[in-house]
Ligand binder design. Sequence first.
Ligand code: FMN
Length: 148
Amino acid sequence: MKIAIVYTSKTGNTEELVYLIRDLFFQRNVEVKVYRVEQFQDMAIDQFDAMIVATYTWGNGEIPYEMMNLYHAFEMQNVKHVVTGVAGTGDSGYEQFCGAVDQLRDMLYVHTTLAATLKIEITPQSEDRKRCKKFVDLLLERVTQMRQ
Ligand SMILES: Cc1cc2nc3c(=O)[nH]c(=O)nc-3n(C[C@H](O)[C@H](O)[C@H](O)COP(=O)(O)O)c2cc1C
């Protein structure tokens, strides 16, 4: 099973979430590859069974600029069979809490097999762990279904 997490993080909150998610996959005996979006240059989405996109939200509920190449790659490639999840951190003090997660979710729903979304307030706390586990399990269940 080939799974990747591609993420962006300015101040480290989303990065922390990414490494928590990676550890939860490890606990399920699943290895995942982690890439900063800038390192995922060939945009070879197709080589993975599943991909998680993780992001903060910027501006007024916006997707960070550095994510946009990946966003367009999903739109332009034939990747309906790739299982996806979108995760993000945000601040509910802003009008559109995790707006980037919502926008990515809508696009991934159309162009991929979207399995789960996850929004975290600022940085993952111990009480968020259950939701993070659920996110990982939903992803794994969907990949298993797709392989049958
Ligand atoms: C200028 C600015 C705009 C932001 N806009 C939003 C927003 O619209 N919605 C939201 O949920 N969070 C917003 N945030 C909060 C960040 O998304 C949040 O702090 C996030 O955890 C940062 O992730 P990072 O540490 O991975 O960079 C904004 C933060 C800044 C500094």
